[in-house]
Design a protein around this ligand. Structure first.
Ligand code: 5GP
Ligand code: MN
Length: 333
């Protein structure tokens, strides 16, 4: 295994030698994936490369302010790339249909921070102690000596901030604050980022929050909370899939809850689950893995085939099993 001191120069060497580069990331993109893609895209563009940023799903509306030039696109035609960089994607499957469009390439670089990463690249820089891919991209760009502009700082600050839950998750380290400080020094516009990302919701999203708070269920002495999102719930709220990001935090925050779980019905027999754990003894990445998913110890997900009832039963059973390692607080019983 290459140590980090070797891997960064190796990645930079490949990027410097490449003329055509594709930057790709996971389905249902978030602040970390979009911010990492856009910052690296601007750096490579300024270095004279021909760059595309391809994702299966469009950029969430609340992140559109980072991409006024419309750099993030869905794959349009089959192209050949000297280099493809996958950012924030734990596996090739997480790229969705984009995985099929990047086959014609000389080399695949995988930069990520998921412990569940399958090391699918030719070069893999997987730093799971790092709370965001944005922080890795920042380290890469600093080592490259390519300029980090104010627009790149906006993108990377958004990446670092969103993947740490605004510097609240325990994954946040002293170095994370140092990186954030450097990004602010380089011109990251905190007022705009915070307004756009955290302080402004479309009504459709508020209607989904309303649905969530009206319909969540508690079980196992209030230690498990879960809720469902079905196509009819989206339709009633006139909402799209990016409106549901972060909904789970509202039920994760309920004091006795240890594990929160969202069940989203994607198709009649396909359910997406999203889980959060508040206790280090309950590793939801391990639970997700039982269903061929992945993520981080405190935040993970999976896509599971089966009827809604069967999926819910199996997932709640797995969470219940994992909760056995957490002693019951008598006040909760
Ligand atoms: P979220 O619950 O916000 O969608 O995702 C939480 C974490 O779990 C993210 O780091 C994400 O990459 C990971 N994750 C979510 N869904 C899946 C999935 O279907 N497969 C894998 N491997 N990881 C997932
Ligand atoms: Mn991430």
């Amino acid at each position: 295994m290459k140590s980090r001191s070797q891997i960064v120069p190796r990645i930079l060497d490949v990027l410097r030698r490449s003329k055509t580069v594709a930057l790709v990331s996971h389905v249902r993109p978030d602040g970390d994936s979009i911010g990492s893609q856009l910052a690296l895209a601007e750096a490579l563009d300024r270095a004279g490369k021909s760059v595309v940023c391809w994702n299966e799903d469009p950029i969430p509306a609340k992140l559109a302010f980072l991409d006024r030039r419309g750099v993030i696109q869905s794959p349009c035609s089959d192209k050949r790339f000297d280099c493809v960089v996958a950012l924030d994607a734990a596996s090739l499957e997480r790229l969705g249909s984009v995985a099929d469009r990047i086959r014609d390439r000389s080399i695949l670089i995988n930069i990520d921070h998921h412990i569940s990463n399958t090391r699918f690249g030719d070069i893999n820089w997987i730093s799971h102690r790092n709370p965001s891919t944005g922080e890795l991209v920042f380290r890469l760009l600093k080592a490259s000596k390519w300029p980090i502009t104010a627009t790149m700082a906006d993108c990377l600050f958004t990446a670092v901030s969103t993947d740490t839950g605004s510097f609240q998750y325990p994954s946040t380290r002293p170095a994370t604050y140092a990186v954030a400080g450097e990004l602010v020094k380089r011109g990251a516009n905190l007022a705009t980022i915070c307004q756009e990302v955290y302080q402004s919701f479309p009504l459709s999203r508020v209607r989904l929050i309303q649905h969530t708070l009206n319909n969540f269920k508690l079980t196992d002495h209030n230690r498990i909370a879960y809720f469902w999102l079905r196509p009819a719930d989206y339709a009633r709220a006139r909402a799209g899939s990016d409106d549901s990001e972060g909904l789970i935090d509202h039920i994760r925050a309920i004091e006795p809850v240890v594990v929160a779980c969202l069940f989203e019905q994607m198709k009649p027999n396909l359910v997406r689950i999203s889980m959060r754990s508040k206790n280090p003894r309950v590793d939801v990445n391990e639970i997700a893995r039982q269903f061929n998913g992945g993520g981080h110890p405190a935040a993970a997900g999976a896509r599971i085939a089966g009827s809604p009832e069967a999926v819910q039963r199996a997932v709640i059973r797995a969470i219940r099993q994992a909760l056995k390692s957490v002693p019951m607080n008598h006040a909760d019983s």
